[in-house]
Design a protein around this ligand. Structure first.
Ligand code: NAP
Length: 250
């Protein structure tokens, strides 16, 4: 039943957990990454070990030509697309204030986190929309609790990029609702992945989890479960929803 799923940024973290769970649920998987080919191949190997097909494709979602190449590889090697998960995102160094930001760095962040998700959605719609001869499908965008909180003194520009993902989810869901495509988002809170070390805060989970009502960080697998539920026929009347996966953080 499942189909073909593209998960951007799935060589590690939430994307990798989603790829592995998707394989167990019967999807053939395109594992996308930007730098770590070995990690992406390892995830693809886990998909194959679960009995499904997998390809690992290097492509920067901040680059339109690379996104087009990614989707053409899926057409060629896996076939008709069923689900897109817009998961890849960059955060950058933590504890930056707006008066220190340069336009070039902000534009690079928005290119990956916002334009990349929109262009990936375009490629998915061209393949899935009944208006374009497709058979329908689902898009799940990965937002962040920071879109509600704003992340002052940490990464306001990243939070704003996730605010854009929330608005994009609401608008696109309505735009393609009559064309067989559902569009939803998950909004993770603090999730225990490598992203925190990459921002220069390797101890962030240990420091911040006591402030969470559930008193713990989430696991990548818990976000993956929500992503794949939204993608599945079990959520057939759910579109335009933004699901908080954040341990009761408000
Ligand atoms: P992560 O562990 O840092 O993994 C990021 C993944 O994205 C890697 O596979 C990386 O590839 C890939 N990637 C980065 N830039 C890319 C680009 N320009 N093009 C293509 N792939 C790219 O991140 P994560 O924690 O799993 O986060 C996944 C998503 O959840 C993101 O959208 C993030 O904003 C969101 N989120 C995370 C948390 C959290 O606490 N972890 C909280 C809220 C929201 P390489 O391995 O090749 O570098």
């Amino acid at each position: 039943m499942a189909g073909v799923i593209v998960i951007t940024g799935s060589s590690r973290g939430i994307g990798a957990a989603t790829a592995c769970l998707a394989a167990r649920q019967g999807y053939d998987v395109c594992v996308n990454y930007i730098r770590d080919a070995a990690a992406a191949e390892e995830v693809a190997g886990k998909v194959r070990a679960a009995g499904r097909r997998a390809i690992a494709v290097q492509a920067n979602v901040g680059n339109e030509e690379e996104i087009e190449r990614l989707f053409k590889a899926v057409d060629r090697e896996l076939g008709r697309l069923t689900v897109l998960v817009n998961n890849a995102a960059v955060v950058g160094q933590s504890r930056r204030r707006v008066e220190t930001l340069r336009a070039q760095a902000v534009n690079a962040l928005l290119a990956a986190n916002v334009t990349g998700a929109i262009v990936c959605a375009r490629e998915a719609i061209l393949r899935m929309s009944t208006k374009h001869g497709g058979a329908g499908g689902a898009i799940v965008n990965v937002s962040s609790a920071s879109s509600r909180i704003g992340a002052p003194n940490l990464w306001v520009d990243y939070a704003a990029s996730k605010g854009a993902i929330d608005s994009f989810t609401i608008g696109l869901a309505q735009e393609v609702a009559g064309e067989g495509i559902r569009v939803n988002a998950v909004r993770p809170g603090l999730i225990d992945t490598d992203i925190h070390a990459a921002t220069g805060m390797p101890d962030r989970v240990a420091r911040a989890e006591k402030m969470i009502p559930m008193k713990r960080a989430g696991a990548a697998e818990e976000v993956a479960e929500s992503i794949l539920w939204l993608a599945s026929p079990a959520a057939s009347y759910v579109s335009g929803a933004i699901l908080d996966v954040a341990g009761a953080v408000r």
